[in-house]
Ligand binder design. Structure first.
Ligand SMILES: Nc1ncnc2c1ncn2[C@@H]1O[C@H](COP(=O)(O)OP(=O)(O)O)[C@@H](O)[C@H]1O
Ligand SMILES: [Mg+2]
Length: 304
């Protein structure tokens, strides 16, 4: 479990992280979302002890990173995939890391296999594609078999196949009981992967909870229905307690709160012909932008 409490980090006049508190639980993928500059990478660096908080605490399993014994066996992280030594092979890069951290060398091939790099283990990491470097970074994060994993924008720049693979990989780690915190600036990306979500805007927490709850609270679905007998259909729907509104367009109604199935069934039961019936969901991305933009408005991100 990761616990962040009152975490604050200022750089000069910029409040990169502002009184942030949240908990990341094991067995779930937690999406850490916010637009660029929202403070995600800074928060991850603070959790990993790579930077010192101005105020507040970040702990893993109740302890600060710097107080952990053999930290690589507790916390694994992928912050920047391009930090490998370009002339080392993938296997040698991991062997060097394992040796430096007292991790048995057998673990190297296990981790290369986990991320699908066994066949290129003998190749120079400098020649790797972004997708392969990303996988090598994931292998390095897993080297100490840690229970807690942090990934900073792991799908950035990956092709669709790589993105699908990373998503599946995160989910399988969580299913094995790991605590997985993964950042992204795209809600659409996380909507498919994350069980929980922590949303930040300008260093501040704007939403924290289950992704399903976020989706339920922030997506509004409506149904567009066009019929030559729109007025009668409107009455039939209203009689069933369905919210219906006329649009500017002749013969077109907007129905909210029910699915296209329900609208079609009511129309059929009333013997009313329908020429068009379509569901529309307002994008979650819009809700996400509204929320995080709000944080920008209410708080300039600057220390007063
Ligand atoms: N080392 C640093 N020195 C000065 N400002 C920084 C530093 N690191 C981050 N910042 C600033 O803190 C804010 C948050 O940045 P960051 O944590 O990288 O956001 P994110 O990862 O969400 O895009 C930004 O305004 C950024 O410019
Ligand atoms: Mg970042």
């Amino acid at each position: 479990m990761i616990e962040v409490a009152g975490l604050t980090k200022t750089y000069g006049r910029v409040r990169a992280v502002d009184d942030l508190s949240f908990v990341v639980r094991p067995g779930r993928v937690t999406g850490f979302l916010g637009p660029n500059g929202a403070g995600k990478s800074t928060t991850m660096r603070l959790i990993l002890g790579l930077d010192t908080p101005t105020a507040g605490t970040a702990t893993v399993g109740g302890r600060r990173y710097r107080d952990l014994e053999r930290p690589l066996t507790r916390v694994g992280a992928l912050l920047d995939a391009k930090w490998v030594h370009p002339n080392r092979t993938a296997r040698n890069h991991l062997r060097w890391m394992a040796a430096a951290n007292g991790i048995p060398s057998e673990r190297v091939d296990v981790c290369l296999a986990l991320v699908g790099l066994s066949e290129v283990a003998h190749k120079r990491a400098g020649g790797f594609s972004l997708g392969m470097s990303q996988r090598l970074g994931l292998a390095a994060a897993l080297l100490g078999d840690p229970g807690v994993l942090l990934f900073d924008e792991p799908v950035n720049g990956l092709d669709p196949e790589g993105i699908v693979w990373v998503r599946g990989f995160m989910k399988s780690l969580a299913a094995q009981g790991h605590t997985v915190l993964v950042s992204s600036h795209l809600l659409s990306e996380m909507a498919l992967t994350a069980d929980d979500v922590v949303i930040v805007g300008r260093g501040r927490l704007v939403w924290h909870g289950a992704m399903a709850d976020f989706i339920a609270q922030h997506s509004e679905s409506s149904v567009r229905v066009r019929s030559p007998r729109a007025e009668e259909l409107s009455r039939a729907l209203a009689l069933r307690g369905v919210a219906v509104a006329a649009t500017g367009e002749p013969g077109v109604l907007t129905v909210t709160g029910v699915s296209t199935d329900v609208v079609g069934d009511i129309a059929a039961a009333a013997g009313i012909v329908v020429h068009e019936l379509a569901g529309r969901t307002t994008s979650l991305e819009e809700a996400f932008m509204r929320l995080t933009a709000g944080a920008v408005e209410y708080h300039g991100g600057m220390v007063a």
